[in-house]
Design a protein around this ligand. Structure first.
Ligand SMILES: *Cc1c(COP(=O)(O)O)cnc(C)c1O
Length: 224
């Protein structure tokens, strides 16, 4: 336990140092960049050393998996924040609203409506991000680029959702910088203040383009 706690601390320090250097490279840097530690596929025992080392913001991509791991951890660490970063089905909206603190993957009308209804029912208004299919990839989740700004307005005005930012996963195997820059431009047009972009392989580029949240999994927890 002592060993794994020490290595969690070392990895967190290393990623945070790189984040801070990248943040200072950005023209007018965001005050802080939030590290969302992506713990998907790792059991609670592997996550706990990171909580012990002070990390409090985590990301999971499946409702079912989060349900198995996080209620127990939350009892011990009530101040943690859990982001849903994977695709959501409308029949899981109720569980998602109960389990998570931030929903990053609002990407279609049906989900927006289901989340709004469940949040009203639960009396729990969660901050949300709209996921944008920034590379226009057929198989990928996210609203099309040319609908993103209107969709943000629709979510706010019709559903009353608290849309705080945009989120994207750029295409694999291509330089991510231009996609991050594009998301930042869309964020300005949509009048959102937060951008969730960048993963283990490209979080510094994302920060240099204005990311306020980076989602880092394997660089912290190891290979999945
Ligand atoms: C898995 C995942 C990540 C983390 O990816 P790494 O390359 O392991 O850092 C980030 N965002 C989303 C949406 C993911 O599904």
């Amino acid at each position: 336990m002592a060993d794994s706690a020490e290595s969690a601390q070392t990895r967190l320090d290393y990623i945070r140092t790189r984040m801070e250097k990248a943040r200072r490279r950005f023209g007018s840097p965001p005050e802080t960049v939030e590290l969302v530690a992506v713990s998907k596929t790792f059991p609670a025992a592997a996550i706990e050393p990171f909580l012990e080392a002070g990390q409090r913001v985590f990301g999971e991509n499946r409702v079912q998996e989060a349900k198995e791991k996080w209620p127990g951890l939350r009892e011990k660490y009530p101040d943690l924040t859990l982001h849903l970063i994977g695709p959501l089905q409308s029949n899981k909206a109720r569980e998602a609203v109960a389990l998570f603190d931030v929903i990053e993957t609002v990407d279609r009308e049906k989900i927006a409506a289901a989340l709004a209804a469940e949040m009203t029912r639960a009396g729990r208004r969660l901050p949300c991000f709209v996921q944008v299919n920034i590379g226009g990839e057929e198989q990928k989740a996210g609203v099309p680029v040319d609908e993103a700004v209107a969709f943000v307005r629709h979510c706010r005005e019709v559903h009353g959702l608290d849309i705080v930012g945009l989120m994207c996963i750029p295409p694999e195997g291509r330089p991510a910088g231009p996609y991050f820059a594009h998301l930042a431009a869309l964020g300005r047009a949509a009048q959102v203040s937060q951008l969730s972009m960048g993963m283990s392989g490209d979080f510094e580029t994302a920060i240099a383009m204005g990311a306020t949240h980076v989602r880092v999994g394997s660089a912290l927890f190891g290979k999945r």
